[in-house]
Each structure stands twice: as structure tokens, then as C-alpha cells.
Write a new protein. Sequence first.
Length: 209
Amino acid sequence: MPATRDLIERSFGARCFDHTGMTELGPTGVSCAARDGVHLIESEFVFEVRDDAGTVHSLPETGTITGELVATNLGRWGSPLIRYRTGDRVEVTRAPCECGSPFAKMLGGIRGRVDDMFTVRGVNLYPSQVENLVRRHAVIAEFSIEVRSVRGMEEVTILCECQGDDGEAAVSQLAKDLRLALGARIECRQVAAGSLPRSDLKSRRLRRV
Ligand SMILES: [Zn+2]
């Protein structure tokens, strides 16, 4: 995720490149010098995209397609997977990349997990969209998106652990940022440092409670 990558680069003085993959499939993609996305390794896979209605499409020659990445591996002896649903939400394009790669590109990398979508008054949102706004506030050290179902509607609260004394200001600014950028009114609340569960490798920011 770009905001998280920038944070790592600032903290470590390093240049970060994304490398996607899954245990089941093997490595599926790698970012190039352009660093605005991740190229799919099409010499090893047939990639398709499943749209929100459940239809699976080949990658389009023009424009972009958004949905769940579906992969069929070509070179894994003893472990073939056919039309494997990765659960990763992506936007893919075949527009030429300045690096010269012939492979299609996932714009902005993996945008999130398809099963992590939540809805705030009719607006469909993904944790990665929230994370990109949270990372603008260095004071917010950790966050979690809590979703509870109340009479068939999803009620969402963003819990933030803060460092330093400006926590309240950052958290109320985050609520404004969410409203402006995503058009969603979401309650944001500060919680005690160390009280939120830590994410593992595949960021699980969303908790249904
Ligand atoms: Zn490229």
C-alpha cells in the first residue's frame, strides 16, 4: 500500500518494492521502477478478474478492469491450481508501462481483500482506503476498523492508538478526512496504547464484532 510503503521508506531510508504471491500459487507479481503498481508474472500464470457480479473476465486489451484476481498457474509441477480465487481486490491494465515490461499491471498493487469490504450508508469501502488516510497522521500509531451489524445495517467505528499529546486532534481530523475523501461519516475514537490487536503479514485491519 503506497502510504505504508512511504512510511517504511522514511523510517528506514530504504527503497521498497512490492512482491506479491501466495503459498498456494507461488510468486504472482513484482513492482518495477515506475513503482505505481505491480506487474503480473504472465509467463507463469493465466490471470483473470472476477467482477462483483461473479463473472470472470480475461484481462482487457484496453482500459482497466476491477475485481478479484483469479489465477491459473502454468509451471508448478504437482500443485496445479485452475482459476484459483486469490481474494485480492485489484485494478488491472495493459496500458504500456515506462519500464518496458510486456506484462499487465495491477494499478496501486493489491487494493485489499474482497471479503474485507464494508458498507457505510450505502458507500462500499475497503480497509486500504482508510489506511491511506490514517497514514497521513504520524501521531496515529495503530488502528482497527470495527464493524458491527445493527438491525441489518453495518455500524463502523475506527479505533486509533496514538502516540504523544495530539491524539484527539489527529483522530478528529481523520474523521474529517474520511468524510471529504470517501464521503462516509465514520466515528473515530482514540483507545489506550497497546490495546488493539496487531496485524499479521496480510494486514487484517477489519474486525467484525
Ligand atoms: Zn513497469
